[in-house]
Design a protein around this ligand. Structure first.
Ligand SMILES: NC(=O)c1ccc[n+]([C@@H]2O[C@H](COP(=O)([O-])OP(=O)(O)OC[C@H]3O[C@@H](n4cnc5c(N)ncnc54)[C@H](O)[C@@H]3O)[C@@H](O)[C@H]2O)c1
Length: 259
């Protein structure tokens, strides 16, 4: 086992499959305890089992990210399981793609709720726990670095046809990331975001039509979607002490899609 996250505990939302699962495995491989949040209870259980097999502690939470109540529950479960939490990854997400003229109020609200409100609520809840502790530590010396890693998207940086809900949410998450970095830097709370592209259940349907797939892949200088395991190391870096002097940044791990 590598040691970059030894003695750390992390909460990862939407970690039952895809990128979130790969982050959970990568964190556990680096020595972190991991709370696996996902609305898919079976997947969450399976990933928690994989985490435990790597010799660290795992916990499960099945609340649907997108409300203050869910944020309070998932953060409380992390503290109950591990005693403390050092890292929060706001990864849970859904798509409800439609062109603007066809997009329903529900399509808009659901995507904003899960991504933007969910990230805001989980961030607020963990920071309410971290602030008094870090202020106390700052009076005595230097607080250890605590890390929030948010998940945005190319859609949240350059927009994307058919995704006005998702693009608005993901651009909002960039705003949260930069604002929190400014608010919390004095307490050694680092806040960054990753803009990934990976082949997952979320993106596989986009490649089913061969013509659409060719057109889509032609936008990637590296010519392909990444595997979730190629995205996870960026999260390890942003969660570890190697990134203690990095905050407020968006790291594109996307085969060059956003250049
Ligand atoms: N895959 C990509 O290319 C790509 C590109 C840009 C951004 N992203 C972002 O990366 C993140 C992960 O995406 P993915 O590709 O792994 O998707 P995915 O669909 O494979 O996984 C998402 C997971 O989140 C869970 N989930 C959905 N809503 C939830 C909720 N309200 N509460 C808790 N869990 C919930 C799902 O059950 C699923 O396990 C998302 O935020 C997504 O927007 C992905």
């Amino acid at each position: 086992m590598a040691e970059r996250l030894r003695n750390k505990s992390a909460i990862i939302t939407g970690a039952g499959r895809g990128i979130g699962r790969a982050i959970a495995i990568a964190f556990a491989t680096e020595g972190a305890n991991v709370l696996v949040n996902d609305v898919d209870t079976e997947n969450a259980k399976q990933v928690a089992g994989e985490v435990e097999k790597l010799g660290v502690a795992a916990a499960i939470n099945n609340d649907a990210i997108g409300s203050v109540a869910a944020a309070e529950a998932v953060i409380a479960d992390g503290y109950d399981a591990f005693g403390t939490v050092d890292i929060l990854v706001n990864n849970a997400g859904i798509l409800r793609d439609k062109m603007l003229h066809n997009m329903s109020e529900d399509d808009f609200d659901r995507v904003i709720e899960v991504h933007l409100k969910g990230t805001w609520a989980c961030g607020r809840e963990i920071v309410r726990r971290w602030r008094p502790v870090a202020k106390d530590e700052a009076q005595k010396g230097t607080p250890p670095h605590r890390k929030i890693v948010n998940v945005t998207s190319a859609s949240g940086l350059i927009g994307s046809v058919g995704q006005s809900n998702y693009s608005a949410a993901k651009m909002g998450i960039v705003g949260l990331t930069k604002t929190w970095a400014k608010e919390l830097g004095a307490l050694n709370i680092n806040v960054n975001a990753v803009a990934p592209t990976a082949l997952t259940s979320m993106t596989e349907p986009l490649l089913q039509d061969p013509n659409a797939a060719e057109q889509r892949l032609s936008r990637f200088p590296l010519g392909r979607y990444g595997a979730p395991e190629e995205i996870a190391p960026a999260f390890v870096y942003l969660a570890s002490d190697e990134s203690n002097y990095v905050t407020g940044q968006v790291l594109c791990v996307d085969g060059g899609l956003v250049i």
